[in-house]
Design a protein around this ligand. Structure first.
Ligand SMILES: [Zn+2]
Length: 324
């Protein structure tokens, strides 16, 4: 039986935790460090920056949110500098190819909560300059662009302008956290594939953070990706989950046509309740082995854990189209 699996995870909150808790990236007691990531066959990871709320989950005033964001980015650049023999920032597809060739972790940056740039379409170029290749439209609060899950607020005119500018720049729109109304408004205007970086199936676990079958199918039809989330309350309504819950969501999405569109977005370091037996980034190996033991095909596990996200990155995370 295989011991190691390749993983390309679409969402973690590790970068901001490193900054707030003054932790070391190479080795720490968070869910992700480079040492334990090295136990995977290969590891590429989107690091999300969510800086719009305080430790109690209350919204931060805009100047504070922005300061925390820029500080976390600056701290993460320092970590990248100190660990440039094991990890490489990927600003475009060429960087991923180099990272893979040099056997380094491909590091991708995403924004979770555009309040950190004032929800301003004119600041997306600045975001791209910082190396960000994906952004959500909301976190858990309504903003000038759209409403979050659990509300019926759609996409505003500013939200549409934000989507247009982001897609012009090649920044991918991440629909996790978005309201259903805003999601369907987005479908009307999007000109590029979209990603739900860390969302599960609402048919399997009825949580408003999860996707309906119709949402999943349209993301697939547009050539996008959905990353399976490990947060126990999104896997099982009881709030406690194990590997079998992960498999139920995975199998359901595969049945809906997800073979080339399903990925993982573990939400590591952004959630406090993981499935039993999953302790951190190294546990993807345990989950992969368990899935094979349950009869999942090796090709399916490889697609979900890694290949679909790699193919998406190679196809859609191109160089900036600015100036063309
Ligand atoms: Zn999130």
């Amino acid at each position: 039986m295989r011991e190691q699996f390749p993983v390309f995870d679409l969402h973690c909150d590790t970068a901001v935790e490193l900054s707030l808790q003054h932790k070391d990236w190479a080795s720490n007691d968070l869910h992700i460090d480079l040492e334990r990531a090295g136990r995977l066959l290969t590891h590429h990871q989107f690091y999300a920056f969510c800086c719009v709320y305080d430790r109690e989950g209350l919204p931060l005033p805009a100047p504070l949110a922005e300061a925390r964001f820029l500080n976390a980015v600056s701290d993460f650049y320092s970590h990248l500098g100190q660990n440039n023999t094991t990890a490489k920032l990927c600003r475009n597809v060429e960087d991923l190819i180099v990272a893979a060739k040099e056997n380094k972790q491909g590091v991708f940056l995403s924004l979770e909560g555009p309040e950190a740039i004032g929800c301003d379409p004119d600041r997306l170029e600045e975001l791209k300059e910082l190396g960000f290749l994906m952004t959500t439209l909301t976190w858990n609060y309504p903003n000038a662009l759209a409403g979050p899950q659990g509300t019926d607020q759609g996409l505003t005119d500013l939200g549409k302008a934000f989507v247009r500018r982001a897609q012009e720049l090649g920044i991918v729109i991440d629909v996790s956290h978005l309201s259903e109304k805003a999601f369907w408004d987005l479908i009307d205007v999007t000109t590029a594939p979209i990603v739900a970086s860390h969302s599960n199936s609402r048919a399997i676990c009825a949580h408003s953070r999860n996707l309906t079958d119709e949402q999943f199918k349209v993301i697939c039809n547009l050539g996008g990706l959905v990353g399976l989330n490990l947060y126990a309350p999104f896997l099982n309504e009881k709030g406690i989950a194990d590997f079998s819950d992960f498999k139920r969501h995975m199998d359901h999405f595969l049945d809906l046509g997800g073979f080339h569109h399903l990925a993982v977005g573990g939400d590591l370091d952004g959630c406090d309740r993981l499935p039993t037996g999953f302790t951190g980034v190294e546990s993807w190996n345990d989950l992969g082995r368990w899935l094979l033991q349950q009869g999942e095909e090796e090709e399916t596990v490889n697609n979900v854990f890694n290949n679909n996200a790699v193919h998406f990155a190679l196809k859609h995370l191109q160089r900036s189209r600015v100036g063309r």
